[in-house]
Design a binder for this molecule. Structure first.
Ligand code: MGD
Ligand code: MGD
Ligand code: MO
Length: 832
């Protein structure tokens, strides 16, 4: 039966309830632009969503050579046909009239149009000059979690073995570096242990700092469908905001910002005290239990209650839920990762699973989530601070093996120090040792902390900045050369979601003007730079997406992220397949560690671990003596208070994050009318009690100030934790006209005007989620209310007297067809 639903007003659509251990029924969501009937679609082209890490599989409708809509893929393991609001509407941005259609170079201070040869010659000339004068360390590359695998791999080989620089990282540093680090600390290696099917089997689902309803809306549909079915799971939600998941939780803990480690240590304390420990599992598969037990011994719920400002009894209830779970699934995201003890906290969640033996079985899994759609590939291809294929930069035989794959001398591959992380790269650019920074697929002039500093770094004359993007973003406006990129739908490639599912994304339509796929740009650069292997042959031996994929397969062979069993043909004939996929696992691998811990052995591990307090890398000998047999490491950590605490001048805690309808700096979602209208401008969330104390009302224009800067937006009064402010970080200044210009006297609206240059010692992920801030009235509201959605964590509090705030709806243009497909059968046999 088909139904038509306004998917702005009802973001998660209709329910298809199912019972525990049953397969999740399919529901196919289709959106076609007004005036296009389904039978007018000439081609459906296979892809998956690129607006979060879920990998919702879909087909793009093509009519007369242009995109006209999207449809979920029922047969795909990830989404069983469903799409979220961004999946449904954001593709419209591709055809935006303000796409970059040709390269730009800066002449006499202004960006002017030029041809590709002029732009590339300028980049190559600068690269060669710098290599001659200052060596490879003067060149840095800052890439993304939104390009394709083939592109990262090409960039990584070029940067590491072509240029020979250690300065290559992704915006994944801001996003999932803690996920990777936590997996390395515990399991010796990156690689998601669990998978989304675990939602079907779990009886307890715990969400740590993860606003799943808004940031992985399709997996939230899956949870909602289980909540509506037989034997529903119980939810634990740890989040200081009243998220949709918090409202459905059996236990909701809303801790003070930056206190996750204290809370988690108390949960571990209770589980050990009540002996909910799986002693057999712990003995067989872990090291470090005694140390962990000793470290959390004093961490009682009463102790944590004082730090987290959560009732001790609630912490006890949460521990009871975790301790009695038959199959526990936990997910972890930015509420944990973007804080001063990010890795220390994320690792405690791994510890919870290990001491309870909740790993490697259906429903018992941990998801150290990714955020961006292709962040996994940035990591595995080594376009972040790691070597490709999860190789260990401290292990000479791993470096030698990589050198063999690339046919270069091992000395060519920098491994004298850990690869430079993004925050350090910007510091080097600030100090002048990095003189060229090539930025692809990311908008740091909005997304990095302390924007006034970032603008001044990127604006320096001595720094040569290349920006490769779809639009003339805030960052592109500061560039010396701007390269117009083709994007999703206009180029072919693969990418891997947060549960290791690899999807193929085929080209559906041509890119606008002279825009080129990122792969072609990187290949062109490598050819012009004439990068060579050790025998004088070309370093880059591939020429298109499929040959790049084949080259990557050779690099991944025998490593945890083994792609050797995958081909474009197989992906095109089916749908998503999970790595490792090889001879032993030809259909892919649902879960890691079903048979014990496999990649922590000193000879194979990606990392020997770090000191969680200082970030100092452990040496091989230390790791060997700690973990000779390659078990999982239970790493304990003491709680440390956040670096910046409220005081008289800055009495609030400030956190920043996302809303359902927008993606990051909104280069795509602001250009999709349905999404833009649902949340058109920035807002500030405060609690009922704080608003009353300051005499503030819904819709008042307020200013949020920190020692770094200030922003202005309208106030939304919600059920957020008292003492806490929330600001979405999506809003830069490009489309706002006067009043929001950066710098100058008028505060902007970007959250990162206020955030701090500071990071987790182990993962180097910046702290977007804890600052101290002041709040003041600028101007009374005009009665229209804040431009914040009512369907999300930003819903007005009933007690705020904001009954007048109009509900968020999309109207006719947001109608989406939902069909329960009667011909659909479970795509795979569901395991039990
Ligand atoms: N709609 C939408 N979806 C997205 C994205 C998007 O931009 N828009 N981006 C994608 C990307 S790249 C990412 S990384 C993910 C991020 O996905 P999430 O991590 O789910 O999103 P955030 O809003 O950054 O933060 C999640 C929650 O952390 C809570 N939090 C803040 N401080 C703390 C704390 O100290 N402790 C705890 N326990 N919680 C805290 C916040 O209240 C917030 O609800 O989303 C992905 N999906
Ligand atoms: N205050 C605060 N700041 C944050 C966060 C937070 O929670 N709070 N979250 C952080 C996180 S988790 C993330 S992931 C970052 C995201 O921060 P950014 O990566 O800066 O955000 P995006 O808007 O996704 O930028 C991607 C850019 O790539 C372009 N692009 C899209 N597709 C392509 C393509 O195919 N090729 C090329 N060349 N370009 C393309 C887009 O137009 C856009 O300009 O923000 C971080 N910053
Ligand atoms: Mo992210």
């Amino acid at each position: 039966m088909d139904s038509s639903v306004d998917r702005i007003a009802q973001p998660w659509g209709a329910r298809t309830p199912y019972g525990r251990h049953d397969p999740w029924p399919a529901r196919v969501d289709t959106y076609l632009e007004e005036g296009v009937a389904p039978d007018e679609v000439q081609r459906w082209v296979q892809t998956a969503s690129i607006l979060h890490s879920d990998g919702d599989a879909m087909d793009v409708a093509v009519v007369d050579g242009r995109m006209a809509g999207v449809r979920g893929r029922a047969e795909d393991r990830v989404n069983h046909g469903r799409l979220g609001p961004k999946d449904l509407f954001a593709w419209q941005a591709n055809a935006s009239p303000d796409r970059l259609t040709g390269p730009l170079v800066r002449r006499e201070g202004r960006l002017v149009e030029c041809d590709w040869d002029t732009a590339m010659s300028r980049i190559v000339a600068r690269s060669k000059e710098l290599l001659d004068e200052r060596g490879p360390g003067s060149i840095g590359f800052y890439t993304s979690g939104q390009l394709f695998l083939e592109e990262y791999y090409t960039l990584a080989v070029s940067a590491r073995a072509g240029i020979g620089t250690n300065h290559l990282d992704g915006n994944t540093r801001l996003c999932t570096s803690t996920a990777a680090e936590a997996l390395k600390e515990t399991f010796g290696c990156d690689g998601q242990p669990g998978c989304y099917d675990d939602i079907d089997h779990a009886d307890v689902i715990a969400l740590f700092g993860h606003n799943i309803a808004e940031t992985q809306p399709v997996q939230w549909m899956r949870v909602l469908d289980r909540l509506a079915g037989g034997d529903p799971p119980r939810l634990l939600c740890v989040d200081p905001r009243p998220t949709r998941a918090a409202r459905r939780a059996a236990v909701h803990l809303a801790p003070r910002l930056g206190t996750n480690v204290a809370l988690l240590n108390a949960l571990l304390h209770e589980i050990i005290r009540t002996d909910r420990v799986d002693h057999d599992f712990t003995a067989a598969h872990t090291v470090g239990f005694e140390e962990l037990a000793a470290r959390v011994e004093k961490c009682t719920p009463a102790w944590a209650a004082g730090i987290c400002d959560v009732p001790a009894a609630r912490i006890g209830e949460a521990a009871e839920l975790l301790g009695t779970a038959d199959r526990l699934l936990s997910t972890v995201l930015q509420g944990v990762y973007q804080s001063h003890q990010a890795t220390a906290a994320a690792v405690q969640i791994n510890n919870l699973h290990l001491v309870r033996g909740m790993l490697g079985r259906p429903g018992a899994g941990v998801l150290q989530m990714n955020g961006q759609p292709t962040a996994q590939n940035t990591r595995e291809c080594g376009a972040n601070g790691d070597l490709p294929g999860f190789r260990n930069w401290q292990n000479d035989s791993h470096v030698a093996d990589l050198a063999r794959v690339w046919n270069v001398d091992p000395k060519t591959i920098p491994h004298y120090a850990p690869p430079t992380h993004a925050m350090q790269m910007f510091r080097y650019a600030e100090q002048g040792s990095i003189r060229m920074l090539w930025i692809s697929g990311t908008n740091p002039a909005v997304s990095l902390p302390e924007l006034s500093r970032i603008r001044s770094i990127l604006g320096q004359d001595r720094l040569f900045v290349v920006v490769q993007d779809l639009f003339l973003t805030e960052t592109a406006q500061l560039a010396d050369v701007v390269l117009p990129a083709a994007t999703w739908g206009e180029k072919t490639g693969t990418f891997t979601n947060a549960d290791r599912t690899v999807h193929l994304s085929d080209k559906a339509v041509p890119p606008p003007g002279e825009a080129k796929p990122d792969l072609d740009i990187f290949l062109d650069y490598a050819a012009r730079m004439d990068f060579r292997d050790k025998d004088g042959g070309p370093l880059i031996t591939w020429h298109d997406p499929e040959s790049a994929f084949e080259a990557w397969k050779r690099c991944s062979a025998g490593r945890p992220c083994d792609y050797t069993g995958l081909t474009y043909g197989r992906l095109r004939a089916g749908s998503g397949i999970q790595w490792p996929c090889n001879e032993q696992a030809p259909d892919g691998t649902e879960r890691l560690y079903t048979d014990g811990i496999s990649w922590a052995h000193p000879d194979v591990c990606e990392s020997y671990g770090k000191d969680l307090m200082t970030g100092a890398a452990q040496e091989a000998v230390e790791y060997r003596s700690l973990n000779p047999g390659g078990k999982a490491v239970l790493k304990a950590a003491d709680y440390l208070p956040p670096h910046e605490l409220p005081d008289e001048r800055y009495p609030f805690q400030l956190t920043t994050g996302r809303t359902l309808y927008h993606f990051h700096t909104r280069t795509k979602t602001a250009r999709a009318p349905q999404l833009n209208a649902a949340a058109p401008d920035v807002w500030v969330e405060a609690s009922v009690a704080d608003a009353a104390a300051l005499g503030l009302g819904e819709g008042d224009v307020v200013e949020v100030g920190t020692p770094r800067g200030a922003l202005r937006g309208r106030l939304r009064i919600t059920d957020i934790r008292p003492g806490l402010l929330f600001v979405p970080f999506h809003y830069g200044y490009w489309d706002t006209g006067a009043g929001h210009a950066p710098g100058g006297d008028t505060p902007g609206r970007a959250a990162n005007e206020t955030t701090v240059t500071d990071w987790d010692p182990a993962s180097k992920q910046p702290l977007f989620k804890t600052a101290a801030a002041a709040l003041r009235l600028v101007e009374r509201g005009d009665g229209t209310g804040a431009p914040a959605p009512t369907t999300t964590a930003s819903a007005p509090a009933a007690a705020s007297g904001a009954g007048a705030v109009p509900a968020t709806t999309g109207g006719r243009s947001a109608l989406v067809t939902q069909s329960a497909d009667p011909t659909w059968d479970s795509p795979r046999k569901e395991s039990r």
